[in-house]
Design a protein around this ligand. Structure first.
Ligand code: PEP
Length: 252
């Protein structure tokens, strides 16, 4: 992955994929090679990172979490160094599914993001409001609070992106209204610039939540939407292709 403000399209495979799916990963990597104007990556289950990074020839493979400690008595966990060692170049941190199911707090996410950056991984920190918070008009406050608390001080000094993912839009087929996306991404950009100065303009802000081939062009054209974090529509090359094409068309 190269310049900060090229569109960045990242697939999140969540708990999907085994060795049977390596051919699909290779197909997605080849597809990415045909869209040179776009940065792309796949964040895979940890069990696939080694195999995928060897098979996908330079295509960016990432993890979906890492521990904040370098090593120690943390059964079942993986350090940032372990992800790197397996061939990952990036990782998602603070996905709302982990915030909810693993009770991850902003302070955990900040520590994990910092550990990942120190180890040399690129990081995507996720933020997003619940439906209840949106309906009670708290979305802006919640998301800006998460952004402030979850980003380490080093955020702008090393490669880091932020993903705005309204929780109610993830895996539901329900997409955020483009006016709401513009408002949220604009507010996030302003907060990043206030905190990090001009470097805050270089942090890519991705949208995530039921992005697919039908809505990607519209969402990616919204000001301050610098890419997408995609779950379901990243599982096959056929579904990922139109999203990469939409990003490439906007990069011309
Ligand atoms: C995600 O998992 O980050 C996500 C956005 O999922 P989906 O695209 O399936 O809504």
């Amino acid at each position: 992955m190269r310049d900060q403000m090229r569109k960045l399209i990242v697939g999140n495979w969540k708990m999907n994929g085994t060795s049977r799916d390596v051919s699909e990963i290779i197909a997605i990597a080849e597809l990415s090679g045909m869209h040179a104007a776009v940065d792309a990556a796949l964040c895979l289950p940890a069990t696939l990172i080694d195999r995928a990074s060897q098979a996908a020839g330079g295509f960016a493979i990432g993890g979906q979490d890492c521990h904040m400690m370098e090593a120690g008595a943390h059964t079942g966990c993986l350090s940032a160094e372990m992800l790197l060692d397996a061939g990952a170049v990036l990782t998602i941190i603070g996905h709302s599914e982990r915030r909810a199911a693993q009770h991850e707090q902003d302070s955990d996410i900040r520590a994990k993001a910092e550990a990942a950056q120190v180890a040399g991984l690129q990081v995507i920190v996720c933020v997003g409001e619940t439906l209840d918070e949106r309906e009670s008009k708290k979305a802006l406050n919640v998301v800006l609070g998460q952004l402030h608390q979850s980003l380490p001080e080093t955020a702008a000094s090393q490669w880091l992106s932020v993903a705005y993912e309204p929780v109610w839009a993830i895996g539901t087929g329900r997409v955020a209204d483009t006016n709401d996306v513009a408002e949220m991404h604009g507010a996030m950009r302003a907060a990043l610039v206030e905190r990090f100065g001009e470097d805050g303009r270089k942090i890519r802000i991705l949208y995530g939540g039921s992005m697919n081939g039908d809505n990607a062009a519209q969402l990616l054209a919204v000001p301050n939407v610098d890419g997408g974090l995609i779950g379901g529509a990243s599982l096959t090359a056929a579904k990922f292709r139109p999203i990469l094409s939409a990003a490439a068309a906007l990069s011309k």
